[in-house]
Design a protein around this ligand. Sequence first.
Ligand code: DAU
Length: 358
Amino acid sequence: MRTLVTGGAGFIGSALVRHLVGDLGETVLTIDALTYAGNLESLKAVAGNPRHEFRKADIRDFQAMADAIAEFRPDRILHLAAESHVDRSITGAHAFVSTNVTGTFTLLEAARAYWEELEGDARDRFRFLHVSTDEVYGSLGPEGLFREDTPYDPSSPYSASKAASDHLAKAWHRTYGLPVVVSNCSNNYGPYHFPEKLIPLTILNALDGRELPVYGKGENVRDWLFVEDHVRALDLIARTGRIGETYNVGGGNERRNIEVVRHICTVLDKLVPAPRPREELIRFVADRPGHDARYAIDATKLERELGWRAAESFESGIEKTVRWYLDNEWWWRPLRARYAGDRLGLTVAASGRQEPAG
Ligand code: DAU
């Protein structure tokens, strides 16, 4: 199996590449534009492996995509390249529309040009997996779960751009017959996570004795999925998922944000005792504009049809993650120098600042 992975130097992408090359012995071409969250250090485990090749390229560049696909001749394309941070999308939506929407469109066109020239088995075998998010479904109340048929209702510039890209991927299947499968996952966490997201930011701020910002009252709920469980699901969905279908991926680990932050503090206090409990660093700060109240995934389609199960509980996954950050300062320290964790994504209205008079 020859797999082309876009966004393969990112958090989920690099976990996928390490799994495909390291655990499954597959041949992989990783494509990544190496913007702020793409990091070749995350691919150290496969560097020098003859089954792995890296190419710096942008999914918005049709010729670069067409050349990479024509030269590598993949059996499947797993598309993970995306701008992914909600707060950044509030501060600057342009990159999100450009990469997530235009980039996905461009990649779909390059994949279609290649697939239309394939014949026989190679044509039948080819798959395009579009990797997306549960945020496209919007916000849940206290009850209920996102299913594959839940209507789209995105709240943020990020989730709206991902929703648009999902529609493009589905349309390329319906209109051109491109063998597309779509996956929508819940919140991932684990090693090599860029320290702007809640879990790695909390771990590193707590280690540095810095404040732990919790948006609003910390009551928002997310459904946490260990990244290594997610990448096993992606391989399975691309391999055996039904063409034209969507599969939701979730860990079945709903937690309020404040519970997540407190739990990380407890684990850190146990592993690296500090003079004062790290919970004292928690600060409730201005809420995220358009903050979705609750995400929770119904993953039974993936479990029933494809036999996937999450192996990691929230507690075991968090402990592994905290230990990984403790052991791998070489990876995160340079990133903290580039992005120290300053607050992003506040609009004038949300930050409580006054509009200038007149
Ligand atoms: O649900 C899947 C999505 O999960 C992915 O599609 C996104 O790419 C990924 O970033 C993540 O989105 P969230 O917005 O849920 O993740 P984030 O880590 O930014 O925030 C998790 C929750 O924690 C959210 O309710 C906001 C809150 N939060 C976040 C940060 C960074 C805080 O309370 N304090 C913080 O400092």
